[in-house]
Write a protein that binds this ligand. Structure first.
Ligand code: SF4
Length: 123
């Protein structure tokens, strides 16, 4: 179980292997920090400007990854056909910290489980 100080829930990361990446599919945005942009560009062997042009867009004045719509399903541009992240070693901070987001502290376990079935109560 992965736990984080200050959170009432934890999650079983062993279940990610069989999950169809609910955290990478559907509505929502993956916002990037400057560090994310540097790390991912380098990982992909791209210049920063080329990475930004190919894989990102501006949302609410911030830089976010683009999505693809495949068979009616909106999914992150880096999610592969096997529901694995193609940039996992350098994935954005927002992804790395999932599901330990401040706003999730207010949600019920039922709502959290709809976002990520591997979340459990761990008080
Ligand atoms: S960058 Fe990787 S972990 Fe983050 S949403 Fe995209 S596929 Fe998922």
């Amino acid at each position: 179980m992965v736990k984080r100080d200050g959170f009432w829930f934890c999650f079983d990361d062993t279940r990610c292997k069989t999950c169809k990446a609910l955290c990478c599919i559907g509505e929502g945005y993956v916002f990037l920090t400057n560090e994310d942009i540097e790390r991912i560009s380098e990982f992909l062997g791209l210049k920063r400007e080329d990475f930004l042009k190919t894989y990102t867009r501006k949302v609410f004045g911030k830089i976010a990854l683009i999505d693809l719509v495949i068979k009616g399903e909106k999914r992150c541009v880096f999610l592969d056909d096997n529901y694995r992240c193609e940039i996992y070693p350098v994935r954005p901070k927002q992804c790395e910290s999932f599901p330990f987001w401040e706003k999730f502290k207010e949600l019920s376990l039922n709502k959290l489980k709809k976002l990520c079935p591997a979340i459990e109560e761990c008080r």
